[in-house]
Design a binder for this molecule. Structure first.
Ligand SMILES: Cc1cc2nc3c(=O)[nH]c(=O)nc-3n(C[C@H](O)[C@H](O)[C@H](O)COP(=O)(O)OP(=O)(O)OC[C@H]3O[C@@H](n4cnc5c(N)ncnc54)[C@H](O)[C@@H]3O)c2cc1C
Length: 416
């Protein structure tokens, strides 16, 4: 069977594509979904509340996609957050901005977002076929042939079938949360069948595990603004600041999640729990008040830097300094204490695997894609949208924004 446009994947970007397609083109669009569910990750987004996007200028957005952010400038500017919110509202999903700039549907229910997108796609006469895993792709002299593997659903066995199309839009997502259907395996198909270049996949928006993590009992404590330095072999160190969270087994919170794309097993990290103080300014603070001061060192740190007492005691205990009087500290001990808070060193045992990561860095190499149209530079009529590309955003709605902006950009290229 022939369709003008076949979209592989009915996740967030595939649904945006179908919902925003011109009504006149809908009959010619077929979306193939591997699983028996549609938009599974969209439903999970924002813990079911669906953080659609973020407020603010698109210029600031460009800083929220790691090193590749500036490369998607055209696509984000052309179909920005204001347009996206207007689009959702036009589908009957009113949106509101939280104090922290995150934008959600007013209902705070991702099911409303999915329902609106599905209804819009249906009213455009777009067809969505579930249980249709694309298992191979062949480039024809004009267009493509895709094979849908045989599947079993509701006890019925569907035989392998093939479709041809002029435009093939790949919307198969990344590799995180593989049970949702986006497990990265289609990237291998694209590599084998079309020789496409895939950059190395790495979990993103994932917690960080370190050797001898000392804060198991302090799970839930967070730091409004902490500092992070990442040291990787053979590359320049990287510095960031942001909110940090201690969990039972890992460091998490936006500071870690948003930088996990750069953290590897064996990386060294330095955490500053009292940012923007530095080791030397912490030292100066101690030296200003230590003479004749009967406070314990842990009370001093808790009070001076607004830290939970349990945390400051936990940091100082292994150093034997927690219950010491501030006045009795030697110069060397002052330095050791200052470092423990302003430059605590850890060795990374790994970031959370794809089962824990909320996004994937790596994917279809951007060098091979015209990012003003989302079309492959090698194959005319082959497009990529959403997380299958080597683009991953920070937490805060940036990934769904890219799913939307890239889907609209591909639609522009195909239908205008
Ligand atoms: C727990 C969680 C919470 C999140 N929260 C947010 C949030 O609040 N805000 C935000 O911006 N982002 C969030 N994200 C990220 C966001 O959900 C994704 O970036 C987004 O869904 C990517 O859209 P996509 O269309 O590229 O891929 P997906 O939504 O992953 O969809 C890909 C689809 O392709 C299908 N597929 C794969 N291979 C094949 C094949 N061979 N044949 C046919 N179909 C195939 C899959 O089954 C899947 O349905 C969250 C992610 C997770 C895991």
């Amino acid at each position: 069977m022939y369709k003008k446009t076949i979209v592989v994947g009915a996740g967030a970007s595939g649904l945006f594509f179908g919902a925003a397609a011109p009504a006149s083109a809908g009959r010619d669009i077929l979306i193939l979904e591997k699983t028996d569910k549609i938009g599974t990750k969209l439903l999970m987004a924002g813990s079911g509340h669906c953080n659609l996007t973020h407020a603010g200028s698109i210029k600031e957005f460009l800083l929220c996609y790691g090193k590749n952010g500036s490369r998607i400038r055209t696509c984000l500017y052309k179909h920005n957050n204001l347009e996206y919110v207007r689009f959702m509202e036009s589908l009957g999903v009113p949106c509101s901005e939280r104090e922290d700039g995150k934008i959600f549907p007013v209902s705070m229910d991702s099911r409303d977002v999915k329902k609106a997108l599905l209804e819009a796609a249906a009213s455009n006469s777009v067809t969505i076929m579930k249980n249709s895993p694309v298992t191979s792709v062949k480039a024809l002299s004009e267009g493509f042939e895709v094979t849908i593997g045989s599947t079993e659903s509701n006890g019925k066995n569907r035989k392998q079938s093939t479709y041809t199309c002029t435009n093939l839009v790949i919307a198969t997502g990344g590799a995180s949360y593989p049970t949702t259907g986006s497990d990265g395996t289609f990237l291998q198909v694209l590599k084998n069948d079309l020789g496409l270049k895939i950059t190395e996949l790495h979990p993103s928006l994932s917690p960080m595990y370190v050797q001898n993590y000392p804060f198991e009992e302090l799970s839930g404590i967070s730091f409004k603004n902490a500092g992070l330095k990442i040291f990787n072999k053979n590359s320049k160190s990287l510095e960031a600041e942001g909110d940090l969270l201690l969990t039972h087994r890992s460091f998490s919170g936006p500071l870690i999640l948003n930088n996990s794309r750069y953290i590897n097993t064996g990386s060294g990290v330095e955490i500053n729990f009292v940012f923007p103080y530095t080791v030397s300014s912490v030292l100066s603070s101690i030296k200003e008040v230590f003479r004749g001061n009967n406070k314990t060192v842990s009370s001093f740190f808790a009070e001076k830097f607004g830290l939970p007492k349990r945390f400051s005691a936990k940091v100082l205990e292994p150093l034997g300094l927690s219950e010491k009087k501030l006045s009795s500290l030697t110069g060397g001990e002052m330095e050791v204490a200052a470092r423990a808070f302003a430059a605590a060193v850890f060795s990374v045992s790994g970031v959370g695997s794809f089962r824990e990561a909320m996004a994937t860095s790596g994917g279809i190499a951007l060098d091979d894609v015209n990012l003003s149209t989302m079309e492959s530079k090698t194959y005319k009529g082959l497009y990529f949208i959403g997380e299958v590309l080597d683009i991953d955003g920070n937490s805060g709605g940036y990934n769904l924004q890219f799913a939307y902006s890239s889907a609209r950009t591909a639609l522009d290229a195909i239908y205008t």
